[in-house]
Design a protein around this ligand. Structure first.
Ligand code: PLP
Length: 459
């Protein structure tokens, strides 16, 4: 046990040094995976190594491939950092090594989920009795919620998909917005609903599904809406979609991977209006709630539909009086994933979630204003935490993105929007201060000036 204590103490020291380095650390990794493989690999060791040697190899070699995405100036993809309380809870829970599949295997796992679930539903203002599954992220949350949708909508048409699968099932029409996230199609594929067998509803210039372009629908139908376009942050008008399709036999799902957290602030009430009228929702915790990877939630208004889709029984499984986690998730055995969500919400409180969302959105607007002042083009309406920037033609924009990543003050990725190359700035971290935004703005403008040369006015 002394060895164990020494190892954990050493781990703590190394992790603490890393965390302390984050505010000033170069954001991009210094090494590529190909460069790290030889140092981390080699031949399969015949004999095992001491744990402390493994740890030092990880810290001294592996860290060269670490992206400082937990730090304050990472604006790539949609990435939250890790709130201190969540990191600490995650460490302790890793030591506990609970199998959170059931109350019998982990009473604390079951209890944490029940509390975290209630808090999430309250924070997002969704029905308190909805069914909730703690999964790895929005892709699996979409999959899980849509599995419930598929089951319920087919049962309503007299087909038991749990027993018979999709063989001889009535065809489900799946409707998606033209700008639905790529992973939604993957979820549909995994569910046997087909990635391409979908009705795509045209979107407007911000990527919002156009309600006026919804086709006439006749059940069984699943409509997949989106709260938070990964590029623009725009929301489909979910309330209006629900109103438009309610007359028919339709299940409305919301992919709210990051955008759903906007419901924590009344400032975004207009964006998120009517979202609670949907039948199911997917949301990430590892994005805007700032818990460590990997963590997301599937939420289904009819808890029975979710439970029905995920139900499993075996003679050696515990009898179920209370909510059993394994009856709601695709997995059986799994880690105590709810613990970081519980700790994040306990540490932020309702006010803290609201402050985080409002601060990141204000910071996104500051990025847009600063870049506009510097002569860059902002390609989206900055309604949330996402900013799309062009620095001239596609070649120039791509060069600036590369330059910013190499320079290392901050990290922004690229995308294409309405046929043009764009830099994506996604402000999603609890750790980002206003000073980080100013430093990053200055770095981006410096790189752009170097790539593009002086502006016409300066020549
Ligand atoms: C709208 C939307 N849906 C789904 C996803 C996939 O999320 P994850 O990577 O957590 O599975 C994302 C990721 O950015 C997203 O923005």
């Amino acid at each position: 046990m002394n060895d164990m204590r020494e190892l954990l103490d050493e781990t703590f020291q190394r992790a603490a040094r890393f965390m302390e380095s984050l505010p000033e650390r170069r954001v991009a990794a210094s090494h590529e995976a190909d460069e790290l493989v030889p140092a981390l690999g080699g031949a399969l060791p015949k004999k095992g190594l001491p744990a402390s040697e493994i740890l030092s190899r990880l810290d001294e070699t592996g860290v060269q491939g670490v992206v400082a995405s937990a730090g304050p100036r990472y604006f790539g993809f949609v990435t939250g950092g890790t709130l201190p309380a969540s990191l600490a809870a995650s460490w302790l829970a890793a030591a506990w090594d609970q199998n959170a599949f059931s109350e019998a295997s982990s009473p604390v796992g079951a209890a944490i989920e029940r509390v975290a679930m209630r808090w999430v539903l309250e924070a997002l203002d969704l029905p308190a009795d909805a069914g909730t599954a703690f999964v790895t992220g929005a892709t699996m949350a979409n999959f899980t919620a849509l599995a419930a949708a598929r089951r319920a909508i087919l049962l309503a048409h007299g087909h038991d998909a749990d027993r018979h699968g999709l063989h001889a099932a009535p065809e489900i029409t799946v409707v998606v917005g033209e700008q639905a996230h790529a992973t939604l199609f993957k979820a549909l594929g995994m569910l046997g609903l087909g990635r391409d067998r979908v009705v795509r509803v045209p979107a407007d210039d911000q990527g919002r599904m156009r309600v006026d372009a919804l086709p006439d629908l006749d059940g069984p139908v699943i409509v997949c809406t989106q709260a938070g376009n990964v590029n623009t942050g725009a929301f489909d008008p979910v309330g209006a979609v629900c109103d438009a399709v309610r007359a028919s036999d339709v299940w409305v799902h919301v992919d709210g991977a990051f955008g759903l957290w906007a419901r924590a602030s009344a400032r975004f009430a207009d964006l998120a209006q009517g979202i609670d009228a949907a039948d199911s929702w997917a949301v990430d915790a590892h994005k805007w709630l700032n818990v460590p990877y990997d963590s997301g939630l599937a939420i289904v208004r009819d808890a029975g539909a979710l439970r029905g889709a995920m139900a499993v029984q075996a003679d050696y499984f515990p009898a179920q009086e209370n909510r059993e986690p394994f009856q709601f998730t695709p997995e059986a055995s799994r880690r105590m994933r709810g613990v970081e969500i519980w700790a994040a919400i306990a540490s932020l409180g309702r006010d803290g979630i609201k402050e985080l969302v409002e601060r990141n959105c204000r910071q996104a607007r500051r990025f847009a204003a600063g870049l506009l002042d510097a002569g860059c083009e902002i390609l989206n309406d900055v309604v949330l935490n996402q900013v799309l920037v062009a620095f001239g033609d596609d070649r120039a924009t791509t060069e600036v993105i590369r330059g910013v990543q190499r320079e290392g003050t901050c990290w922004c990725g690229g995308t294409r929007w309405n046929g043009r190359a764009a830099m994506r700035i996604s402000v999603s971290s609890w750790a980002t201060t206003d000073d980080d935004v100013e430093r990053s703005l200055a770095a981006i403008i410096r790189v752009a000036d170097a790539v593009l040369g002086p502006t016409p006015a300066e020549r």
